[in-house]
Design a binder for this molecule. Structure first.
Ligand SMILES: [Zn+2]
Length: 199
């Protein structure tokens, strides 16, 4: 597993909220230099942590319908069906669950008429059941990285100790800081505000 540190996480957070943010801007916000940001980003691309820089399009503005496709199939047919589904333009995300019913769950988007023809476009041998549920409301959580991941080594901005478990993230003056606990966060803010008052 690849290990990330505070700076990697900060850079990723910036790029996740805006993949067009310049290295200059990110360097300024992370209190580091442009070459450092560039080398960190290059490393994360090389390691496959960053797969691509993408954009978020609001499908509803384009009249595109989203739906969930549920397929229940015999275990032996699952990989064939997933392969077929992956080849379809409307299929945006595909999950094979570990459920004993071996369900394939897929997020599909496109013209509803086209979505409904998916079942005519795949081989239904060994498919027990296939359903298309149109999405009424989508509550998409942001995809920011979970800070409690084992591959992330965060150090507390106040006590400098390695953060075990859930890190406390706090935005202070537009910059992200990580703490091991809310006590450290409080102490840091006190110190920070004192410094501000002196300045
Ligand atoms: Zn601490």
């Amino acid at each position: 597993m690849i290990q990330l540190d505070n700076l990697d996480v900060k850079i990723l957070t910036h790029l996740q909220s805006n993949s067009r943010e310049s290295f200059q801007e990110i360097a300024k916000r992370c209190l580091t230099s442009v070459p450092t940001v560039k080398s960190r980003v290059d490393r994360m691309i090389e390691l496959g942590v960053i797969n691509k820089f993408t954009i978020d399009i609001d499908n509803s503005k384009l009249g595109i319908t989203e739906a969930i496709l549920l397929v229940n199939a015999k275990p032996g047919a699952v990989s064939r069906i997933t392969d077929e589904l992956r080849g379809l333009e409307e299929v945006k995300e595909l999950y094979v669950t570990s459920d004993s019913d071996t369900a394939i769950v897929s997020r599909v988007a496109g013209d509803m008429q086209r979505i409904l023809t998916i079942q005519d476009r795949i081989n239904l041998t060994d498919v027990n059941n296939i359903r298309v549920l149109s999405v009424k409301n989508a509550f998409r959580k942001d995809s920011t990285i979970p800070l409690a991941s084992t591959g992330i080594t965060l150090t507390c901005a106040y006590c400098d100790r390695k953060v075990a478990g859930e890190a406390v993230r706090k935005k202070i003056d537009e910059k992200d800081y990580y703490f091991c606990c809310t006590t450290c966060q409080g102490e840091f803010e006190k110190k920070y505000n004192k410094l501000l008052a002196k300045a």
